[in-house]
Design a protein around this ligand. Structure first.
Ligand SMILES: C[S@@+](CC[C@H](N)C(=O)[O-])C[C@H]1O[C@@H](n2cnc3c(N)ncnc32)[C@H](O)[C@@H]1O
Length: 254
């Protein structure tokens, strides 16, 4: 588990505007003291909802908008830590865990309401999982994929295919809800997928399920990949090839 200490950093005016902390000196016109002057500044330096860029470039922007500096952040599927590559050291207190380091995101070692922000980025496609041994949960076979997604009972009788992906997201969401403090932020990375020939809008399924748990979907970011995805053995294209994924930002409201 990696922990870094918070060091206060100098804030720009734009950053303070984003955080709602920028105060204009006077809201009243000096020439006409009864006339109210509009607050705020004109700027194009704003966080946007879609980027053609990598996760490492987009993640710090959404953190800056939604997670106050000094927050205690649990990244529960830390992986290689790509998300954190461009986040200044010391800006947050990070608790980095992963199944590979022995912590299951469905059973976190934190007490109730103790964390300010949870970051979740589990394997988001069953097809990708079965091919990519780097993603635990898919070490070569469908059965091993299901095993890693089960509750530790071997996976037989557990959810299959896309439902197995959702099952992990849902259980991890429930656990995030437990450990998050009131108004805590839940950041979820996901991608829609066509599984067994059927279109699954994962981000919609997650928003609906998490809403029923008490999460308000405060923001949504679209990340468009820079390179073109190649397709092997394409006979007839049925669905658009996905070249985008999402960061969903939830607030725990009840
Ligand atoms: C898409 S990668 C995460 C990449 C990461 N966000 C980064 O920036 O490098 C998915 C990660 O989920 C982890 N994982 C899979 N099942 C898990 C589980 N049940 N609990 C915790 N981590 C899990 C995998 O070990 C893998 O590191």
């Amino acid at each position: 588990m990696k922990e870094t200490k918070y060091k206060p950093a100098q804030k720009s005016k734009h950053a303070r505007v984003r955080e709602g902390r920028y105060k204009q000196e006077s809201l009243w016109s000096e020439e006409h003291p009864r006339k109210r002057v509009q607050g705020g500044i004109t700027t194009s330096d704003v966080v946007q909802s879609a980027y053609m860029n990598g996760n490492a470039e987009v993640f710090p922007k959404l953190l800056a908008l939604h997670v106050p500096e000094g927050s205690l952040v649990a990244d529960v599927t830390y992986g290689q830590g790509v998300f954190w590559r461009n986040v200044p050291e010391g800006k947050y207190i990070i608790k980095a865990t992963d199944l590979k380091t022995g912590v299951d995101c469905r059973k976190l070692p934190y007490s109730d309401k103790s964390i300010d922000c949870v970051v979740l980025d589990p394997p988001y496609m069953e097809g990708l999982l079965r091919r990519n041994a780097d993603h635990l949960g898919g070490v070569g076979s469908y059965k091993s994929f299901r095993n890693a997604y089960s509750d530790g009972n071997g996976g037989d009788g557990g959810p299959k295919w896309h439902k197995a992906v959702l099952d992990l997201y849902f259980k991890a969401g429930k656990e995030a809800h437990r450990v998050l403090c009131e108004k805590g932020i839940f950041i979820v990375k996901c991608q829609d997928e066509v599984s067994a020939g059927k279109q699954n809008l994962t981000h919609v399924e997650l928003i609906n399920e998490y809403a029923s748990m008490g999460f308000y979907a405060k923001d949504l970011f679209v990340v468009v990949r820079l390179n073109n995805a190649s397709v092997s053995r394409l006979k007839k294209q049925v669905h658009a090839r996905k070249n985008h994924s999402y960061f969903l930002v939830f607030v725990k409201i009840r």
